[in-house]
Design a protein around this ligand. Structure first.
Ligand code: PFF
Length: 476
């Protein structure tokens, strides 16, 4: 009989879960949103939302997974009558996110190679082109960007084929500490560049970005809250199948509240640290470059390394390696969240261990969508939904990546999170979460009253704001 094998150690679990949470969003989303939405004021809003919503949903997902010992699809089926299907919503968002995440992961691989070329003074470096020129040439080259995207899908697939302890846990237990060390080295370089202090002011001082013309007008309190809420949700990898899946592989002896808290704290800390690296570097060496999104990562940061002198390509190499660790530890969690259902189902039906087979099938399907995202080249190759359907609606149809992002991050993820808390608050009750937390020997869930109030009142309100804010951002 094949056993369902979980994480070998709590450290391995934490590295995998933190690895899932820490991704591209921490590097290109959080820092510039913090600056554009009021610095410390945004951070304060983010921390409150992370406590009453992020932590609560994360803990509920981990507990639900560990209680049922199953991925999201089966977990919802086992506990709910009315919301049996919500697990599929999470799986579908993971699948869609994976398709564009792998394309972006492929871009990161390309930039690693470019900077290696620069280190070696070889022909496959940037060859004197600016960050913008390099980027446009790359996204416009369908064959090359697809090749890199496919390599990224293949790496993700091979790790997930290795299973939880021998694949995901092993990679994250090495990759996450290395990421942390690379980040600290990059921060030291960035904050000691002349002019870096403006980056720190942008990130932390409320109103500085508006007063200095970096952004046009001060955001309303509602946009600050909804920007922080949307970012927090995507960043913690919640509202979908992942944390339920990882929770299902966790041993009963591990303390769930402590783990959930560590994941939230580490994710936020690494987002702030990533900001201390990219934002000061941008203000010091490319003050007109994009401050966020793919433009920050692939145009501004490349300009930064090109302008850093002879040491620049080495920092470029270290930086893109760090970004690749962040992206891979997230992409493997996304793939695992989809694969787990089929693997468990086959095992339940007595068919044995079919992990390799299902991982391959799902990776091929992901690859098909990823090809579309790569060939589209962020809309530069004229096959975006807007080109094909002649729609003149908001920006989400300007490229396939934005379209998939709108469906997953914009609608399905926040909806999944909302339905989870509604299920716990008004259908199943919250006792099942408490019982699972207290399944850890000699442990009492001391925050149960806080948890209950959040699930019944605060979290649904925050989730509604996040959902509304996301829909508004994508459709208005
Ligand atoms: N949390 C990752 C990031 O911040 O980039 C991305 C992500 C991974 C989102 C997994 C959602 C997810 F399920």
């Amino acid at each position: 009989m094949d056993e369902r094998k979980g994480f070998g150690t709590n450290f391995g679990f934490l590295m995998a879960a933190v690895g899932s949470a820490v991704g591209l969003g921490n590097i290109w989303g959080f820092p510039y949103k913090m600056g554009a939405n009021g610095g410390f004021a945004y951070l304060a809003a983010y921390l409150v939302l992370a406590a009453v919503c992020g932590f609560v949903v994360l803990l509920a997902e981990l507990a639900l997974g560990r209680k049922t010992g199953a991925g999201a699809v089966k977990a919802y089926r086992l506990v709910s009558k009315k919301l049996k299907w919500v697990g599929w919503l999470g799986v579908a968002s993971a699948f869609l996110i994976l398709s564009f995440y792998c394309a972006l992961g492929g871009y990161c691989l390309k930039y690693l190679v470019l900077n290696l070329g620069n280190v070696l003074h070889s022909g496959f470096g940037t060859n004197g082109m600016s960050g913008g020129e390099v980027f446009n040439a790359f996204v416009g080259n369908m064959g090359e960007s697809t090749l890199y995207g496919m390599i990224f899908v293949a790496i993700t697939m091979l790790i997930v084929m290795g299973g939880i302890s021998d694949g995901i846990e092993r990679v994250c237990s090495v990759g996450m500490p290395v990421l942390f060390i690379l980040l600290v080295i990059s921060i030291i370089r960035a904050v000691t560049l002349p002019g870096a202090v403006d980056g720190l002011k942008y990130m932390f001082i409320p109103g500085w970005a508006v007063a200095n013309g970096v952004i046009e007008e001060a955001p309303s309190i509602f946009s600050v809250i909804s920007a922080a809420g949307g970012q927090m949700f995507f960043s913690l990898s919640i509202g979908m199948a992942i944390m339920i899946t990882y929770g299902s592989y966790l041993d009963k002896k591990e303390n769930l509240e402590k783990n959930a808290l560590v994941i939230v704290v580490m994710d936020t800390l690494i987002a702030i640290l990533a900001g201390l690296c990219v934002i000061p570097a941008r203000f010091a060496l490319d003050p007109d470059g994009p401050l966020g999104g793919p433009g920050l990562l692939f145009i501004t940061m490349q300009n930064v390394f090109d302008r850093m002198g002879p040491i620049g390509p080495i920092f470029g190499l270290l930086f893109y390696l760090l970004v690749i660790f962040a992206a891979i530890s997230s992409s493997i969690s996304l793939l695992e969240a989809v694969v787990v259902h089929f693997v468990d189902d086959a095992r339940d039906r007595g068919l044995g261990d079919k992990r390799k087979k299902y991982t391959l099938i799902i990776a091929v399907l992901v690859a098909a969508l990823c090809v579309l995202v790569c060939v589209d080249g962020l809309g530069s190759n004229h096959i975006a939904p807007a080109d094909l359907l002649h729609l003149t609606v908001k920006g989400w149809n300007d490229c396939w990546l934005d379209f998939f992002d709108m469906l997953s991050e914009g609608v399905m993820m926040p909806l999944g999170g909302l339905l989870l808390v509604l299920m716990l608050g008004f259908e199943t009750g919250t006792d099942l979460i408490r019982d699972e937390c207290e399944a850890t020997p000699d442990h009492r869930m001391r925050i149960y009253t806080f948890f209950k109030i959040c699930v019944r009142v605060l979290t649904p309100i925050v989730m509604l704001i996040v959902l509304y804010g996301q829909i508004r951002a994508f459709f208005w």
